[in-house]
Design a protein around this ligand. Sequence first.
Ligand SMILES: Cc1ncc(COP(=O)(O)O)c(C=O)c1O
Length: 380
Amino acid sequence: MDINDDPTGSTSRLTIAQARTEWDVQTAFLDSCSYGPPPRRGWEALQRSLDQWRVGSVPWPRWAESVDTSRELFGRLVGVPAGQMATGAAVSQLLAPIAAALPDGAEVLIPNIEFTSGVYPFAVHADRGMRVRTAPLDTLAEAVDASTALVSFSAAQSATGEVADLPAITRAARKVGALTVLDGTQTAGWLPLDAANVDFLAVAAYKWLCAPRGTAFLTMPSQLAAADDDQPHRAEFFDRLKPLAAGWFAAGGAASYGMPMHLADGARAFDISPAWHSWVGTAPALELLLDVGVDRIHAHDLALANRFRTGLGLAESNSAIVSIDLGIVDRSWPGAVDRLDAAGVRYSQAGGNMRFGFHLFNDVADVDTALNAVTDAVVL
Ligand SMILES: Cc1ncc(COP(=O)(O)O)c(C=O)c1O
């Protein structure tokens, strides 16, 4: 295979080294789990649009065009046509109509450490008997049973970085006709994802996709109202699935008034009015990630994460996120937190863990800065 071929479908035009020159991120920013600094092309597009807004020099559709550009680019990233994708502002908001379409008394299964944005949209329906059952991530597939209406889980856990066994979980869900909702927020951009493997894939773009806060995607099945005689409960669900926040943008993007209602077709009807400038900053970041290719970013990010893990005496793993229990850090490397702060290492603490994320703008020097700070190595 030519080095410039990318198995994700795009033709790689940028090496990791070339792509890295687009970031001004400071040394040892290892916090992509919280937010992703923008590539220069995203930052500059955003600044231009803010300037245009300040002086009123362009009509708003110029900014809104970035929604469809981003939709198309994200579709290429996860292998679905743009027409199967809704855009919004946050994962929790995009999941709300899915939860509302489940019948009274439905059971939703989640990993017991699932990030709340994939939990609360379902848990708020407790008053109509909806039950959120939890199970450990590594036995989630086994926990799926005939009572499971929907499984909601992250491709990589926010608190621990653990990568879900997607084939096992989706196979178990399919067997009982349960819907699947995958949260790719901690993975899209570094882990190859195929949206066709699940019913719904939700991703907030402000972390590993290096977009401004306020843009998110939801992929949907191609046939939203498909009748399936074998699984009538699924057909009923899709019949009940409604764009609950439909406004003027759900009609296709042009302002309209009064009745009759003209909703856009399919997933597009689930769009909410876009945060214009955030979308302007999102499209160039997606374009860059596609230009590099997720497979390459995956290899780069894992190599850095595993260098860090090995340096700490931990076994290698399949995640770009390295998460270590704070208690273990305190016992093994007393003073590590203070040393990380003093060295200017940006990381985060989540669920009682110290969490480091390694992305395409990071390099070996970032890893070693963090390693030396944690272990108190003397750097000669
Ligand atoms: C797995 C996961 N999903 C979603 C989000 C963000 O959720 P929302 O877009 O609802 O704010 C986060 C943020 O940390 C996350 O880690």
